[in-house]
Design a protein around this ligand. Structure first.
Ligand code: DGY
Length: 342
């Protein structure tokens, strides 16, 4: 009988589904009993002989793991939309399908990205900390002043599903201009229905801006808010480097909810401490978790969150269910419904 390995405890409905399949004799279920990650040696050992692996972002799937698993492996199903932790080429070359969980986390991740942008732009953590530790006041005219969203130019780097959902949300904030860069110049179709009509104070009507495909360098020069929602690939690795931060406005806010690997964090630290840019909000870092001693965490103008883009109960459950769906199709020898191509 085929064996599947689940590398950590998932949501209860997903685990119940997986266990009921095992109870019905459809497969042998090998589950890591903890909600934390499976140590690498254990993963290598228990992958051996498995037909399907249900994994998360912390499990690196590379040649070593595929060798350890063996030629019967049919599918690697990750509970994430991002798949930079999976060697897709190596999987494809060995006939192993790779599945991910697009769509179901788009809204939650876009909500978090906009929250991070607003919190960073309006200094919420610093302001809240002042209330708690007796640094509230004396009030003065520019105390805790941040940046306006309304009327601003927003640049989205990587206008895929999540970037477009961020754009749709920001359309409601009366922004002045919406730029985007990325591989797909036609991506603006994703946000076209984001157009929001505003009734101005004088009764006239205006609409939210039409997204404009813009070369990256120009986007960086012109944007008040630069939001990264692109995938981590060989092309985007460390793309936010010293030279790119140098192009940005000294008043700019940089927001990253994509992957830490797209940012040169030393360059970001330098940009934030020398006034090259005004502030940054990061939901992702490299590595994760980031050491509490990391220099970025000493800065008041840098808000760092622990990769919680998709962290709502419903979203995480939907991701788990989608990953189980991919796993089931894969072990049955069918095309996974949400597959990743090399
Ligand atoms: C993903 O699914 O890739 C997200 O980063 C998880 O929050």
């Amino acid at each position: 009988m085929q064996r599947i390995l689940v590398t950590r405890q998932l949501t209860e409905p997903a685990m119940a589904l997986l266990r009921s399949g095992a109870a019905e004799g459809k497969y042998i279920l090998d589950e890591w009993a903890s909600s934390g990650p499976m140590p690498r040696p254990e993963l290598l050992r228990r992958a051996a002989g498995a037909s399907g692996l249900l994994i998360t972002l912390s499990d690196k799937i590379n040649g070593e793991l595929l060798d350890a698993a063996g030629p019967q492996l049919k599918v690697v199903s990750t509970v994430s939309v991002g798949y930079d932790h999976v060697g897709v080429h190596e999987c494809t070359a060995r006939g192993v399908q790779v599945g991910n969980t697009p769509d179901v986390l788009t809204d939650a991740t876009a909500d978090l990205t906009v929250s991070l942008l607003l919190s960073t732009a309006r200094l919420l953590p610093t302001a809240a900390a002042c209330v708690k530790n007796g640094r509230w006041g004396p009030w003065h005219i520019t105390w805790m002043c941040g940046a306006d969203i309304s009327g601003s130019t927003v640049g989205i780097v990587g206008l895929g599903r999540i970037g477009a959902a961020v754009a749709r949300r920001l359309a409601g904030f009366n922004i002045g201009k919406l730029l985007y860069s990325g591989r797909n110049p036609a991506a603006q179709a994703l946000v076209n229905h984001a157009t929001v009509r505003f009734v101005n104070d004088d009764g006239s009507i205006s609409s939210s801006p039409i997204p404009q495909h813009t070369p990256l360098e120009q986007l960086l020069r012109e944007s008040d808010f630069v939001i990264a929602t692109c995938a981590l690939t060989d092309d985007t690795k460390l793309m936010f480097n010293k030279e790119r931060f140098a192009l940005m406005k000294p008043t700019a806010t940089f927001v990253n909810s994509a992957r830490g690997g797209i940012v040169d964090q030393d360059a970001l630290y330098e940009a934030l401490t020398t006034g090259r840019i005004a502030r940054a909000g990061l939901d992702v870092t490299s590595p994760e978790p980031l050491s509490p001693q990391h220099p970025l965490l000493t800065l008041d103008n840098c808000l760092v969150l622990p990769h919680i883009g998709s962290a709502t109960f419903n979203t995480r459950n939907a991701m788990c269910m989608r990953a189980v769906q991919n796993l089931y199709a894969g072990i049955a020898g069918q095309a996974v419904p949400f597959g990743v191509q090399a």
